[in-house]
Structure formats: C-alpha cells, structure tokens
Design a protein around this ligand. Structure first.
Ligand code: SR1
Ligand code: MG
Length: 403
C-alpha cells in the first residue's frame, strides 16, 4: 500500500496477509471491528480453523467519537508503537507485543489478548482481579521512574522529550480534562438533570478554577517522565492472573501524577457506580465495594512503595540521591495525583468523553446522585490534595460523600 486508506473487515484480511506471515496458508480468516474507544479502528482477525488471532489498530485522521468533523494527526500511531516497545522492555511484557507498524497506513499489528477483558467492563460485571494492584503498581513505577531524569542520562532523557512531543493529543487533554469541564458549553455533554448543579457547584467555583489552572500548567510544563497519557480502566486488559496495559497513544513527557490519577479516578468512579447500582442488593454491594476499596488502597499504597523501592535501586543523578529529596519528589507526585483525580472525575461526568460506569446507571435518581456526588467528591480531591497521600486518605473523603 503506498497511500493511506481506511481499512474495513474485508480489506484488513488482505492487508495482514500482505504484511505478515502469521496465519497458515489454508487459514479461514474473518475479521471483526472491535474498537470501542474514541479515536481508532481496531480489528481482530481470526483463523476459524485453529482460533489463532491478531489485532490491527489503525489511526483515523479524525476523532472517531466526533463522527468525523474533528481532524486529528494520524502520526500518533508511530508514537504509540515507540512507547509500547519501551514499556515492553521496562516492564517485562506488561504491554502487548507489537509485530509491526506501517507508517503509510498508520496501522499497528500486535498480539491479541483474547483471554483478557477490558478492566472497565470486567468491573462492571463485578469481577475481581486479585493480582491487579501488585501488577499495575509495578508497571507504573517502572514505566515512569525509569524514564525520568532521576534515572536516565539527562541528554538521553531530553532526546526522549523531543521524540515524544505529541501536541495534538496533549491539546485534547488540556482542553477536555483541564479546561472545558470547568466551563459551560464547548464540547461538554451533560444530561439535563445536572446542568444547573454543574453551573452552581463547578463553574461558579472560582477557587476551584485556580486550583485546576495550577494543575493544567503543571501538565503542560512538567516534563518529568514518559507517560502513558490515558491510563483509565478502558486502557487496561485483565484476567484472573494477569494485567496488560494498552493504548498509550497520548504518550508524552509529562507529570508522573497524571498516569496515577487517571487510574485512581477510574477505580473511584467504578466504586461510585457499584454503590448506586447495587443499592437494592446490600450483601452484594458490601462485598463488591469492599473489594474496590481494597483495590484502591492497595493500588495507591503499593505504587508509592514501589516508587520508593525502585528509587533506591535505580536513581543515578547525584543530587537526587540527597537524603530527603526522594520523599520530596514522590510525595509531590502523590499530592498532584489527588488533584488530577478530581479533574478526571469531573470531565468523565460533564465533559466530552464520559464513562459508562456512571452513564449506564439505569435508575434516574441513583444516576443523578452518582453524578452529582462524583462532582462534589472531585472538588474535594482537587482542593484538599495537599492532605491526600495514601489510599486511606482517598477513602476518608469518599466516605464523607458517598454514603
Ligand atoms: C477526543 S478523545 C476523548 C478522550 O478519549 C481518549 O480515550 C482520551 O481519554 C480522550 O480524552
Ligand atoms: Mg484509548
């Protein structure tokens, strides 16, 4: 192919066979478009004869969720391929193996994770993943600290910063996470019932806006480590044994807190979802909410512990080894993370891209309470972030609102 075109379930089969010797000659191939994200086409190509399968992910020149009128750089796939290779090395395979990336078709072909489920959907089925906190905290500490300049040679790190400049995708985050949800209009999507609540409690809160502005400018100026950039529970595959992180196309050098926060916020929103969805089934609610509380606490606290441990074994910068600096650096990350948790929770309730955890709560009154309390809790996390550092700190505020 010497010119980009949009793949479909028919053309992707010929495309794969022309690029890769993966399937047998007598394979009976079929393809299914399984992309449910906001940006790309994702095909699963399978051989009916033996079940062998592979994934092809193609960047579209526009935001898929916009219906086509929001143009977007298709070069983002090249950034995703580069970071997946780096993360594969640093995390001993906690991301899928990429077989190739085609610069013309902006298409990446990679390992299929068919025996995994997207974590968001697994949680919404009230499934439990006991190994998740241990595995994701490992991923976070390694992928972030080992790409920061407390570890990397400073010139290599600066070369990475240059390589991972990702202005269009960063602009999406700057607008959709840090700006529009705190105003009326733009690309926000609000259900009618919460329009006034949003105006009165979020938009009119000028103290909140100052705090969000501080976080936004940190996001734009703090080139601390190579971020995944969109690490919500829809970017994570899980099963009973294992965890794999996918979709790092928003990668760039930014504040470590951002990746931590996306994850923490999405676990919290799943908790809120379970709390209101299961209100008529108290035993099930107690059991599942207890599991989510434990998951949140372990994820936050193990991540911090692993940053501390990895710091001791990997930091190379002489000044970074100064006693006391490790505590300053890591605590600052966790404080900022709490603020960004609040931004992510706000934007997933009133912004352009929602989460089904909240949108799919069937009962109107429960959904209203889930969304409005989610917004109130988000404000607490933003404004009180300097006192939030551990998993228990998150729960304390959660329990003051979700009850
Ligand atoms: C226009 S893209 C909207 C959202 O989808 C992605 O997954 C990111 O979270 C982005 O903010
Ligand atoms: Mg994505």
């Amino acid at each position: 192919m010497d010119k980009y075109f949009e793949l479909d379930n028919d053309s992707v089969i010929g495309y794969i066979n022309s690029k890769l010797d993966f399937f047998n000659d007598d394979a009976e191939l079929s393809s299914e478009e399984i992309g449910d994200g906001n940006l790309n086409l994702v095909f699963r190509i399978s051989d009916k004869k033996n079940g062998k399968s592979i994934i092809a992910k193609q960047a579209l020149p526009y935001v898929r969720a916009s219906g086509g009128d929001w143009p977007l750089d298709i070069g983002r796939g090249a950034i995703e391929k580069r970071i997946l290779d780096i993360e594969y090395e640093l995390t001993e395979g906690a991301v899928p193996k990429v077989f190739f990336y085609d610069e013309i078709m902006c298409c990446m072909v990679m390992e299929d994770l068919s025996n995994y489920i997207i974590m968001r959907y697994g949680l919404l089925k009230f499934e439990k993943y006991p190994n998740f906190p241990e595995q994701i905290s490992d991923f976070l500490a390694k992928s972030l600290l080992l790409t920061s300049d407390v570890v990397l040679d400073h010139k290599d790190k600066k070369a990475n910063v240059k390589d991972f400049i990702n202005p269009e995708l960063c602009e999406i985050t700057e607008q959709l996470v840090y700006t529009e949800p705190f105003h009326v209009g733009a690309r926000n999507k609000l259900e009618d019932a919460i329009v006034e609540f949003h105006k009165e409690n979020v938009v009119a809160d000028t103290e909140l806006a100052v705090e969000v502005a501080k976080l936004k400018f940190d996001f734009m100026n703090n080139a601390q480590a190579l971020l995944h950039g969109d690490l919500h529970t829809g970017s994570i595959f899980v099963n009973a044994e294992n965890t794999k992180v996918i979709d790092p196309e928003f990668a760039f050098y930014g504040p470590i807190a951002y990746d931590l926060a996306c994850l923490f916020a999405n676990i919290i929103m799943n908790y809120i979802s379970a709390w209101y969805t299961l209100k008529e089934e108290p035993a099930k609610r107690d059991d599942y909410c207890e599991y989510l509380r434990d998951t949140l606490v372990k994820t936050v606290d193990l991540t911090k512990k692993k940053f501390y441990d990895l710091w001791d074994s990997s930091v190379t910068d002489q000044m970074a080894k100064t006693p006391g600096f490790r505590e300053f650096y890591i605590e600052d990350v966790f404080i900022n993370a709490a603020g960004i948790v609040g931004c992510e929770m706000t934007r997933r309730t009133v912004g352009f891209a929602h989460v089904v955890d909240l949108d799919n709560i069937k009962d109107d009154q429960s959904r209203y309470l889930a969304k409005t309390n989610n917004l109130l809790l988000a404000k607490e996390y933003i404004k009180k972030r300097s006192s939030i550092s551990t998993g228990e700190d998150y729960l304390k505020l959660l329990d003051s609102i979700i009850k």
